[in-house]
Ligand binder design. Structure first.
Ligand code: PGA
Ligand code: ZN
Length: 374
């Protein structure tokens, strides 16, 4: 919910804040902060709409996460323990988006994220050390092949190679950096295609690398890509309503296929996906659904149906570290929170280092088993 006024060019959030202070707060003041589900339910009923548009999903999600943090503090537990209990011990494999495209960057790349995953590391800290080295090595390649301006970073901290149009060029550059450091067997690649953004509604086709392509041509492209490159995870390979196409790709590629725009952390959409065999992992974004308990229900439903759960940032992430705690609380095995630069990304990684230290011997890094860490 944005104010839509002159202030902040329409992006102000005074209305949402007023809703927290004047509508939500009076209803919650006498409730026990540990009753997360009851509190979330109260807000859902108070709002009364399906998409939380009455009070604002931003108002509701903020309170929901705040309640969880206060409850954890009052019980003197770290947030990952309060939500995940005694069994939370898996440190996630990070999906590091090192080259940005699509809506996240002023580049000509159609895919939104060209990701490296340090699956061969022994710990989360080592994974981030290796990932950071690749990021630094990649800077040299970017500058050499794509010019100095390519070092400007985009929304999630990835580079923005000038003139690069083909995702294979992005992966070539990333693999060169990986190999230069001797990490060939330690890394796999990932993609968030965010294909809805290059799907043309009028033409009912994709406009990809300046060509019009139909579903089958896109599927062929992914199949070729996966036989030429060690790609092990693809998010939103097709537009967000194409459950059938997702199912076809999930059957033909033996890798992780993640639904973000496809599922939007919504149980009903996930259920449809499970019935049709569309994808095999859920992208988990709490603010897509609006309360913590609804998001936890969706994650639980995913697990019970053999789907993986990838805990995810937003491109408009803040420096608040609740997300890092949730990745461990859910034993999700994977977190996507951008390149190892920009403060709001580093905040999440630093928080995960602290959790890994705190867990000590019981900490386990998901590594290669990111989709099914248990
Ligand atoms: P968004 O990007 O936060 O802008 O949606 C992240 C993603 O698509 O996964
Ligand atoms: Zn996405």
């Amino acid at each position: 919910m944005r104010d839509g006024e002159k202030r902040f060019l329409g992006f102000g959030v005074r209305k949402a804040i007023q809703n927290v202070e004047n509508v939500i707060a009076p209803q919650l003041t006498r409730m026990d902060v540990r009753d997360q589900r009851e509190i979330d339910q109260t807000m859902i009923e108070l709002d009364g709409t399906k998409d939380k548009s009455n009070l604002g999903a931003n108002a509701i999600v903020g309170v929901s996460l705040c309640v969880a943090k206060v409850a954890a503090d009052s019980l003197e537990l770290p947030l990952y323990r309060y939500i995940g209990s005694a069994n939370a011990n898996i440190l996630p494999t990070p999906l590091l988006n090192l080259i940005n495209g699509g809506k996240l960057a002023a580049t000509e790349l159609d895919f939104q994220e060209h990701i490296v995953m340090p699956v061969g590391a022994k710990s989360f800290f080592e994974a981030m050390r290796m990932g950071t080295e690749v990021y630094l090595e990649l800077a040299k390649i970017m500058e050499r092949d794509w010019g100095r301006h390519s070092l400007n970073t985009a929304d999630e901290g990835g580079y923005t190679p000038i003139g690069m149009k083909d995702p294979r060029e992005a992966f070539d550059a990333e693999l060169e950096a990986i190999e230069e450091l001797g990490y060939r067997d330690e890394f796999v690649l990932g993609i968030d295609a965010a294909a809805t953004h290059f799907y043309n509604e009028k033409k009912k086709n994709y406009i990809f690398m300046e060509r019009e392509m139909n579903r089958e041509q896109m599927i062929d492209f992914y199949e070729d890509l996966c036989s030429a490159y060690p790609v092990k995870s693809i998010e939103d390979p097709l537009m967000e309503e194409d459950f059938e196409g997702f199912a076809e790709l999930t059957r033909s590629l033996n890798i992780q296929i993640v639904g973000d725009d496809l599922f939007v952390t919504n149980v009903e959409r996930l259920k449809k996906g499970i019935e049709e065999g569309a994808g095999n992992a859920l992208l988990w974004k709490v603010n897509q659904v609006g309360t913590l308990t609804e998001a936890l229900d969706t994650a639980e439903f995913a697990y019970r149906n053999g789907y993986g759960v990838q805990v995810s940032e937003r491109s408009g992430q803040t420096e608040d570290t609740w997300l890092a705690d949730m990745a461990v609380a859910l034993n999700a095995g994977q977190i996507k929170t951008g390149a190892p630069c920009r403060g709001e990304r580093i905040s999440q990684y630093n928080r995960l280092f602290r959790i890994e230290e705190e867990l000590g011997k019981s900490a386990r890094y998901a590594g290669k088993n990111f989709r099914r860490p248990l």
